[in-house]
Structures are given as structure tokens and as C-alpha cells.
Design a protein around this ligand. Structure first.
Ligand code: FMN
Length: 400
């Protein structure tokens, strides 16, 4: 009789990582993702001036992070009117398409997948950023409090108070939709793998959607069907360009960022989630309504959890959540079925090799908020990988 020997147990961390749902593959539209850790969209305000053109420096930054299951690019304005912050990249000029090609090529060479986030800021802008110094546009003429990030006459960064935006005329709406059509086409020419419609964080599409910023009495205001009209028209035109399996949408229910509010968020976001479900998109992406509690390490607010459950019920497809996650909460939430994918923002910003670090449960670099926006390589491409190594070199004469 032979005595069975016990199999040698793998080290605890490796065994756990092997079992973890975060590291299980998943299908996202037409793509097969290797794991569930996504790089969230992050504005870094480092586009070349003049012209808001992506550069080889930007390509380096994204390529360093190509081990993400999917990279979602920083928010990218679909038109000059859609810009709301200094030095953000666009996707409306030939130079910008060429600049973005450097980025998509570098990410693909590094084995990654990248979607472009299509953006129009609406009222979160300033005449100094608008073509011919015109007023920013919005569903209704309601001024946000706070300040816009602009450049002064010397090209230096400055903060200036927001102004009251101009309410869009109904005749202009088809032209707004076409800004997204062009952006979607340009993103395809630039070599992206798909696009995410930015319907979150108090920008134009969210301003239409939520009742606090939409006082219109025409076909784009009032009922939830009307308030959701622009978002859905944009999703349809973008879907027509890309096919539904390469389009995602980002929403931020219950968020008050950029002074957003809604009289009945459950009705508004429940309706939108149900409508978006019909399009069979690649994914729906939510800014986690429980982010504040998660950051404090306290239990999520019951209303936030109910909102996620409601959207999960109405939206029958891949759901991505971003906001306040660490390794353990990400794993727990995906395991509990609250989400299928987790996007990381600040942790990916500071850790180019984030999936590997999470897999090994290694310590993470801390992010430096002073280098979030503007500047060059510092705080951008110099965050070290595991064991203090500099990330893969991506030196290119063009950005020296
Ligand atoms: C520097 C910075 C820039 C951001 N830029 C964008 C953006 O361009 N588009 C967007 O939808 N969200 C943006 N966000 C929000 C992030 O995508 C994410 O939802 C947020 O950081 C919460 O996730 P985290 O806790 O993992 O950082 C930004 C956040 C930060 C910190």
C-alpha cells in the first residue's frame, strides 16, 4: 500500500491570489480581459500647448500602466466648447488624433487595451477656455459656485470664478450630438479599442440628466425621459460608430461633485440604467456612491448600497465600480456580486504595476496630489514599480 503524500501547499499569498475573483478573466464586449482591475479615467493636464495635443510623454505614462485589464483614458474634450480645464487633451483636431496614436500604439505594444473617455464639460468651464471667449453652455443658466482652472495671459495656471453659463437652444442639440459623433470617429482613427461616454461627475450629460441643473421645459427637460434624452442620443451615435460592444458609459449617482443634485436619484438612475441595458454595451461604469464612507473606512451608507443594487437589477450587463477601493474591498465587492470589475484611480496613478502589486499584496506607493495636474515627468512617469525599480523606460526624444 502506498502512502499518499499531501500536496505541497503553495505559499499563502499565491494560493489566495489564484483563488481570487479579481484575478479571474472576464469578457467585456468583444474583448477578453485577463483580470478585473481597470485603470480609472484620470485627468492629468499634460497635453502639449498650443492645441491640447497628446505627446510621447503621455504615451509613456499610459504604456507603463498597460497591465491594467483595461485603461480608460483621461477625459478628452470632443470640441473646443467641451473644454473646462487648462491643458486637457482633445479629440477634435488632426494633431490630437496623431498625438493619441502615439498613446494607443505604445499601450498596444505593451500588451494593453485602451478606451478613450469622451467629454464635454458643459457649465464647468470659463470664457477663457472657450472659443472666442464665449460663455460656456449648459442645459440651464445656473452658475456653479467655485472656480475654473485656466491659464492667465502669461500661460500660468490660475483659478477664476465660474460664470453663469448660456442655456442651450433646442436647435443646437443635434450639433452637440455630432460633436460626440466626430469624437467617436476620431478616437477610432487614433487607434483606440473603444470609447467611454462620460456621463458622470457633473459635466454636460450629467447636467442634463439630473434635475438640480436642468430646468428646461422642452424635450430635453422635465421628465426623466426628457432629461436622459441627450445622454441616450449620444450613446446611440457613439454606438453607431463603434458597435455597442466597444462602448461603455460612466455615471455618478448620488454624487454631489460639481454641485450636482437630483430630486429623485433612484428614479433618474434606475431609469437610465434600464435604458442603457437595452443597448447591450460593453459595460456600465459607476463612480461608487459609497466612496466617502469607503475612504473613511466606515460602513457604506445604506442608500448608496441600495442604489448599486437598484442599478445592478436594472442593468443586465457588465458593471464596473470605481472609488475608494483597496485590494480587500475590491475582492469582497466583486465576490459579493456588487460589481464585475473595479477601476482604480489614485492607486493606479501612483502604481504603474498596480495589478501585480495587488496580486502579491505588496505595499503601494502613495500618490502625490501636488503633481496631479500640469507639469511634466515628475509625479507622472517616475512612480517606481515593485522593489523600487524605475518603471520600464520609455525615453523618447520628442518629449525631452
Ligand atoms: C487626479 C484625478 C483626475 C481625475 N480625472 C477624471 C476624469 O478625467 N474622468 C473621470 O470620469 N473621473 C476622473 N477622476 C475620478 C476617478 O476616475 C475616480 O473615480 C476617483 O479617483 C475615485 O477612485 P479612486 O478612489 O480609486 O481614486 C479623477 C480623479 C483624480 C484623483
Amino acid at each position: 500500500m502506498t502512502v499518499a503524500t499531501a500536496p505541497v501547499a503553495p505559499p499563502e499569498a499565491a494560493r489566495q491570489a489564484g483563488d481570487e475573483i479579481l484575478f479571474q478573466p472576464i469578457k467585456l464586449g468583444r474583448y477578453n480581459l485577463r483580470h478585473r482591475i481597470v485603470m480609472a479615467p484620470l485627468t492629468r493636464s499634460r497635453a502639449r500647448q498650443p492645441g491640447n495635443v497628446p505627446t510621447a510623454l503621455n504615451a509613456c505614462y499610459y504604456a507603463q500602466r498597460a497591465s491594467a485589464a483595461l485603461i480608460i483614458s483621461e477625459a478628452t474634450q470632443v470640441s473646443m466648447q467641451g473644454q473646462g480645464y487648462a491643458w486637457t487633451p482633445g479629440i477634435h483636431s488632426r494633431e490630437q488624433i496623431e498625438g493619441w496614436r502615439l498613446v494607443t500604439q505604445a499601450v498596444h505594444d505593451a500588451g494593453g487595451l485602451i478606451f478613450l473617455q469622451l467629454w464635454h464639460v458643459g457649465r464647468i468651464s470659463h470664457p477663457l477656455l472657450q472659443p472666442d471667449n464665449m460663455l460656456p453652455v449648459a442645459p440651464s443658466a445656473i452658475k456653479p459656485s467655485g472656480e475654473a482652472f485656466v491659464t492667465d495671459e502669461n500661460g500660468e495656471p490660475a483659478m477664476v470664478p465660474f460664470e453663469t453659463p448660456r442655456a442651450l437652444q433646442i436647435e443646437e442639440m443635434p450639433y452637440l450630438v455630432r460633436q460626440y459623433t466626430r469624437g467617436a470617429r476620431n478616437a477610432m482613427s487614433a487607434g483606440f479599442d473603444g470609447v467611454e461616454v462620460h456621463g458622470a461627475n457633473g459635466y454636460l450629460l450629467d447636467q442634463f440628466l439630473e434635475s438640480g441643473t436642468n430646468r428646461r421645459s422642452d424635450a430635453y427637460g422635465g421628465t426623466v425621459e426628457n432629461r436622459a434624452r441627450l445622454l441616450l442620443e449620444v450613446v446611440e451615435t457613439v454606438r453607431d460608430v463603434w458597435g455597442s460592444d466597444r462602448v461603455g458609459v460612466r455615471l455618478s449617482p448620488l454624487s454631489t461633485f460639481n454641485e450636482m443634485s437630483d430630486d429623485n436619484p433612484e428614479e433618474t438612475f434606475g431609469y437610465v440604467a434600464g435604458r442603457l441595458s437595452e443597448y447591450r454595451l460593453a459595460y456600465l461604469h459607476l463612480v461608487n456612491p459609497a466612496i466617502a464612507a469607503m475612504e473613511k473606512g466606515t460602513a457604506p451608507e445604506p442608500r448608496a448600497i441600495r442604489m448599486i443594487d437598484l442599478i445592478r437589477e436594472k442593468y443586465r450587463g457588465v458593471l464596473m465600480l470605481a472609488g475608494g477601493f483597496d485590494h480587500d474591498t475590491a475582492e469582497a465587492w466583486v465576490r459579493q456580486g456588487k460589481a464585475d470589475l473595479i477601476a482604480f484611480g489614485r492607486k493606479f496613478l501612483a502604481n504603474p504595476d498596480l495589478p501585480e502589486r495587488l496580486r502579491r499584496r505588496d505595499p503601494l506607493n502613495a500618490d502625490d496630489p501636488s503633481t496631479y495636474y500640469g507639469g511634466g515627468a515628475k509625479g507622472y512617469i517616475d512612480y517606481p514599480t515593485l522593489k523600487g525599480e524605475q518603471p520600464a523606460p520609455c525615453v523618447d526624444e520628442r518629449w525631452r
